[in-house]
Design a protein around this ligand. Structure first.
Ligand SMILES: [Zn+2]
Length: 231
């Protein structure tokens, strides 16, 4: 399978979400996974999760660099020291990025922003944690910047504990879906936090505004999927 990362895609027009699966064979194959993301989650229609659905976070302070690709800003760790454990398996944190507005809808509410913390198991299987956020007015150094150990966008080096992107309450929904960007492959274990987090406008204003607008994939059919709620 040719994995051409240069096949352009976007959120509007002829390379938009409706046509992603037509842009190349790799995207076509990903789109064939029947349970796509994002979806609308309704708390009242979830199943109580148990220990099997639990996610354990082992995040620590580490060094990241920020890059612009795939229509958003990404923070990429140098050494991949932070990880989560799900079903007895370790998934290393490989990428943090944003979508404006949120991709997942919780109880009929779309949030202004959604953070994705992307993890990967040794065999390449992904696990994604989604955090819906409000954008609060605030000036520097409110929001994530306050706890950052080093924040240097000029040198492209940031040192922080990625837990600053997680809300305080560890209550989350778990379901199986897909990546929300091409090649939209699955299965991906998704964990979407119930509580909204807060990001300051000053934090976002550090990045070019035009790439952080409308980069959310439309809702996908939930079908008969089970959604667990762990609290
Ligand atoms: Zn994402």
């Amino acid at each position: 399978m040719k994995r051409n990362l240069d096949v352009p895609w976007s959120y509007t027009g002829e390379n938009g979400p409706k046509y992603w699966h037509t842009l190349c064979e790799w995207y076509k194959e990903g789109a064939q996974f029947p349970y796509q993301s994002p979806i609308a989650i309704e708390t009242s229609k979830t199943i109580a999760g148990n220990a099997k659905q639990r996610l354990t976070f082992s995040y620590q302070i580490e060094k990241f660099t920020e890059k612009e690709f795939k229509n958003t800003i990404h923070f990429v760790p140098f050494d991949c020291q932070s990880y989560v454990v799900f079903a007895g398996e370790k998934y290393g944190l490989t990428d943090i990025h944003y979508h404006l507005p949120s991709e997942h809808i919780l109880d009929n509410q779309q949030a202004p922003l959604e953070i994705h913390l992307v993890h990967m198991r040794k065999d390449g299987t992904n696990l994604v944690v989604g955090v819906l956020c409000d954008i609060i007015p605030g000036i520097l150094p409110e929001g994530p910047l306050k706890k950052a150990q080093r924040w240097d966008l000029k040198e492209h080096i940031e040192i922080f504990n990625p837990e600053l992107f997680l809300p305080k309450e560890q209550r989350y929904f778990h379901y199986v879906g897909s990546l929300t960007t091409p090649p939209t492959k699955g299965p991906i274990n998704w964990f979407v936090f119930k509580e909204r987090h807060q990001i300051s406008r000053a934090f976002l204003s550090q990045f070019q505004e035009e790439i952080l607008k409308g980069n959310n994939r439309p809702l996908q059919d939930k079908k008969d999927r089970k959604i667990y709620f762990c609290e």
